[in-house]
Design a protein around this ligand. Structure first.
Ligand code: SAH
Length: 257
């Protein structure tokens, strides 16, 4: 490995979406950055905290006509790190939770640049909390699994089959494309009545959520037009939510008062 210099890149977790859900350390890294390379899901309000002279580079998947490959992102980080003193790589949620953070760290580190990791609140934790679902509750579950719904091959992860056979709360990221397969697995292992919730764009102004069961969730996704980015939460804790949905009838009643 190359000898590290005083060049520094900070790999910062931006949190799940709400700009207030970044850490103080993450915010301070943003404020002192000369360049911030950020994902598409990082909010404009959060980027407003950057200094006026800071260069903002959107390397996200929705950046425009051309989607940058991971290799191009890695090279861009090094390009800026060798020209500017403080570079922040701002990533949605936590950089190490399905964020390819370690690939970036490896690439940068091998080129003699030191990297500091600043963790963030993952959507895996924030999405259930945003709808009042406890990840664990005494007497209900003893663990929670965070699994990707889509492997690099595009297939559903085999860990989902294994998790469905446990008593764990199962949190699935990137699962919307394989939802029918996921549902099928849980149907066999836990039955049609197993509670499920899906939270889209958790902690943002565009947050939408649905709650149902393995038997009803696919229909609910269609009727409520739920799509990615979303977190799927499966397990008995879903029924423990402290937030009760307002029934349509209630809304109508309120509207007519
Ligand atoms: N590092 C990120 C995850 C990146 S993978 C984290 O820790 O949150 C991208 C997936 O994360 C999305 O497909 C979706 O499943 C989930 N995700 C990220 N932000 C989300 C949000 N605000 N609401 C719902 N799901 C989100």
């Amino acid at each position: 490995m190359a000898k590290t210099t005083n060049l520094k890149v900070r790999l910062v977790g931006a949190g799940p979406g709400d700009p207030e859900l970044i850490t103080l350390k993450g915010l301070s890294a943003m404020k002192k950055a000369d360049v911030i390379l950020h994902d598409a899901l990082v909010s404009k309000e959060l980027l407003n905290h950057a200094s006026p002279s800071c260069k903002l580079v959107n390397v996200g998947k929705r950046a425009g006509k051309h989607t940058l490959s991971q290799d191009e992102i890695n090279r861009l980080i090094v390009f800026y790190a060798t020209r500017y003193k403080n570079v922040a790589r701002l990533k949605g949620g936590d950089p190490y939770v399905f964020g390819r953070g370690h690939e970036e760290l490896d690439y940068i580190h091998k080129r003699g640049i030191s990297v500091e990791i600043i963790p963030g609140i993952s959507s895996a934790i924030a999405a259930p909390a945003s709808v009042g679902i406890p990840l664990t509750k005494r007497g209900i579950n003893e663990s929670f699994w965070v699994i990707t719904g889509t492997c690099s091959s595009g297939e559903m992860s085999n860990d989902i089959r294994l998790a469905s056979q446990s008593g764990a709360t199962v949190i699935i990221l990137m699962g919307m494309n394989n939802l029918s397969q996921i549902v099928q697995n849980f149907y066999y292992s836990r039955g049609a009545d197993e509670p499920v919730a899906i939270v889209q764009r958790a902690t943002t102004a565009g947050q939408k959520s649905i709650r149902g069961t393995i038997g009803t969730i696919q229909q609910l996704v269609i009727s409520n037009k739920i799509s990615a980015p979303a977190v799927i939460i499966i397990g008995k804790v879903v029924n423990e939510s402290s937030i009760h949905e307002v029934l349509k009838e209630d809304l109508i009643r309120h509207a007519s008062i």
